[in-house]
Design a protein around this ligand. Structure first.
Ligand code: C2E
Ligand code: MG
Ligand code: MG
Length: 688
């Protein structure tokens, strides 16, 4: 039982805590209440009381005589009832003397009750204990009282029963130890803390429910004194909703919205974990970076909805294709990263990558259309290729880049040279930046021949970069870097201007007029001011538009079809001819060709090369020629190197040709000689 000395020593403190608990209950029950000392000064108020009467220091606002009556009643140990005004309403003011643990009457509880409100009436008609009980029942928190010495439950409210799935009968049998999921020792320690300190925020605890499950709650316990007996009042706040919410937020922060796969945050987390485990057991971890070849094209030409649906299906296939210990994540766009934390050999990883590629490359059915797409994969290994998550990710990307560069639909393991290559690309980029100012670019011109007459009717302008240290840098090496860095825009502008200027200069030298074909990169083609910059080049050089032709690739025109159509019409209206370069290698859709104002198809060199050995190539070339004829388009065969190739193409009705058989790309002066020779009757090539 209660030790008299400690009750003496802490009597007032205990009293203060009892008051706080009482106010807390009143607060929960929405009752206007306060506690004043025997001089009429406020010790504690509910928020309703503060709102109603403001920040008054004493209860003098209820009237001098009223206050005197109440204090006198308290001195005799009796409560007082009064009617008092608050705004327009009459309230009943009730007082209840409060006795501290030392047995002294030291304070008065005041309750302002609305006479119409039955439960308030009820509450005020009872003794302090009954008042506690009534307020306890009305509280929206789960609350119970237990004896701090026997740990038996004495009282609980309905909300508490609901929370733990108990009924009133159970309650009588229970002790605190039946309720809390924690070692007995720690339960005892906390009870002792409440006895010593009076009011303790215990924090998060698990409570046992009657169905065997448990529930997380936030616990506050205080000591109250009811009829000279101490009790612990425990206030439980259900944390399950908060936990569910936190879980949802966490999931959201770690999950890719489109596919439901883990995102970068979660991937990095798991990668760190995998590295830690692998270090301990001296094992390897593999990281695969995967993306889809030409995904952008699908997204642009078929729309983002189709693109999204495709990504979702790809995600599904990836997730199905790995073990449960592996992580498939999406970092954004078509960037997927797969973490394999338990690999036994690189051969296994290679096999997994292989399997994954063929799995992803199977056709997809989206909106009733069949789509085919292939992935490229870059692989790097812990610890050989890096020990830090960032470095591993970067190296997997470098390997992926390499896989793309070698044509896609394959996997590559990271090698240190790949980083050297990446550094080289950067160096190349900074050299490219200066190349225009320094005049390091030149154009070479490759003749284009009319296959019937054998005469030169045009040329293709091909850029050459003569770097003082690197020597001649081939376009296939620097054009991709220029495109990535957008330097292709100023470079392309220079090409356009230079080709027009040169062609005009030949005309002014009295040479026969020919068409100059200029290659436009996709980036240039989608640039807003393409049309004005072409117009400027023509106007400044004085070249007439029919002597300029533009070559664009299939992939450049397959994206953003509506915009492209507009641009093409503008160019056509200016009097320019458009040719589709490398035809047959892209995603061309024939219906597009019909709609686009295109004049020429350039059959890709790869079909011409084996036209005699490979029946497929021959079939494709002849199909392109007849397709073009039906659509009223002219055909140009690229890369004609031999007389039999020429004969085949001429026999099948190809209109024009270009290739080493007629002439390699030549510097302007040499091309001019070729043109001049032709005016003197020389037709190239010698009859096939
Ligand atoms: P392309 O537009 O398809 O140009 C034709 C390429 O085939 C040229 O390579 C040409 O030299 C080569 N070629 C022509 N006939 C034959 C042949 O009979 N046999 C063989 N083996 N090759 C032949 P080049 O000059 O290396 O240019 C490569 C690519 O670089 C071009 O392909 C084009 O896509 C791009 N390019 C060149 N100049 C420019 C430019 O000024 N702007 C842009 N955006 N791209 C350019
Ligand atoms: Mg070309
Ligand atoms: Mg070409």
């Amino acid at each position: 039982m209660f030790k008299p000395e400690s009750a003496q020593a802490t009597g007032n403190l205990r009293f203060a805590q009892d008051s706080a608990t009482l106010i807390h209950f009143c607060e929960q029950a929405n009752t206007c209440a306060a506690i004043i000392d025997l001089s009429g000064r406020y010790l504690a108020k509910t928020s309703d009381c503060s709102q109603r009467f403001g920040q008054q220091q004493t209860a003098a606002h209820i009237g001098e005589t009223h206050l005197a009556d109440i204090l006198a009643g308290a001195a005799q140990g009796t409560g007082v009832r009064l009617i008092c005004q608050s705004g327009d309403t009459n309230l009943e003011l009730r007082s209840e003397p409060l006795t501290g643990l030392d047995g002294q009457r030291s304070a008065v509880a005041l309750f302002w009750l609305n006479p119409d409100n039955a439960h308030n009436q009820d509450a005020a008609n009872r003794s302090t204990e009954a008042l506690y009980r009534s307020l306890l029942q009305q509280s929206s928190d789960a609350i119970f009282l237990f004896d701090p010495h026997t740990l038996r439950l004495r009282e609980a409210n309905q909300r508490f029963r609901q929370l733990l799935g108990l009924n009133v009968a159970d309650e009588q049998q229970l002790t605190l130890l039946d309720l809390i999921v924690a070692p007995m020792e720690s339960v005892r320690q906390n009870v002792q803390r409440v006895l010593n300190e009076g009011h303790v925020h215990i924090g998060e605890r698990r409570y046992q429910r009657s169905d065997g499950s448990s529930i997380e709650v936030d616990v506050v316990a205080s000591l109250v004194n009811i009829n000279d007996h101490p009790y612990c009042v425990v206030n439980l706040r259900d944390l399950s909703q908060q936990r569910a919410h936190e879980k949802a937020v966490q999931k959201l922060a770690q999950q890719d919205q489109l596919t439901g796969l883990p995102n970068r945050v979660l991937l990095l987390d798991r990668l760190r974990q995998a590295i830690a485990v692998a270090k301990r057991y001296d094992r390897q971890v593999a990281l695969m970076s995967l993306n889809l070849d030409r995904f952008k094209q699908i997204n642009n030409s078929l729309g983002h909805n189709v693109g999204d649906a495709l990504l979702q299906q790809v995600a599904g296939r990836l997730a199905l294709g790995v073990r449960s210990s592996d992580t498939v994540s999406r970092l954004g766009g078509d960037e997927f990263v797969i973490l394999l934390p338990e690999i036994s050999s690189t051969r296994d990883v290679a096999m997994i990558a292989d399997k994954m590629i063929s799995h992803i490359a199977h056709p997809y059915l989206i909106d009733e259309q069949e789509l085919v797409i292939s992935p490229s994969v870059g692989i790097c290994l812990f610890p050989d290729d890096g020990e830090e998550p960032d470095k591993l990710l970067r190296n997997a990307d470098a390997a992926l880049f390499n896989a793309k560069e070698s044509g896609g639909r394959c996997y590559k393991f990271f090698t240190p040279e790949m980083n050297t290559r990446a550094a080289e690309r950067l160096a190349l980029e900074s050299r490219l930046r200066r190349a225009i100012e320094k005049g390091e670019f030149q154009l070479h011109y490759q003749p284009q021949i009319d296959l019937q007459s054998g005469k030169i009717i045009g040329c293709e302008a091909l850029i050459r970069w003569q770097h003082p240290e690197l020597g001649m840098v081939p376009p296939l090496k620097f054009i991709p870097v220029a495109e990535e860095s957008k330097l292709i825009l100023p470079i392309g502008d220079w090409v356009l201007h230079e080709a027009c200027r040169q062609n005009r200069a030949w005309q002014q030298q009295g040479l026969p007029s020919v068409v100059v074909a200029v290659n436009l990169s996709a980036l240039q083609f989608h640039q807003k001011n393409l049309q004005p910059s072409i117009a400027r080049a023509l106007q400044q050089t004085g070249l007439e538009p029919q002597y300029l032709e533009l070559e664009v690739t299939e992939s450049a025109i397959m994206s953003d079809a509506e915009d492209v159509l507009g641009t093409m019409k503008q160019l056509r209206d200016m009097g320019l001819e458009l040719a589709i370069d490398d035809f047959g290698t892209g995603y061309s859709s024939l219906s597009y060709l019909k709609r686009f104002p295109v004049g020429k198809l350039k059959i890709d060199r790869s079909f011409i090369r084996d036209i005699h050995e490979d029946p497929d190539d021959a079939a494709i070339s002849t199909a392109i020629i007849s397709l073009a004829r039906n659509l009223n388009l002219r055909t140009v065969a690229e890369g004609i190197e031999t007389a039999p190739q020429l004969a085949f193409l001429r026999d099948h009705g190809c209109d024009q040709g270009q290739g080493y058989l007629f002439g390699k790309p030549l510097p302007a002066a040499q091309f001019a000689e070729l043109l001049a020779a032709q005016t003197h009757g020389a037709a190239i090539p010698p009859e096939a």
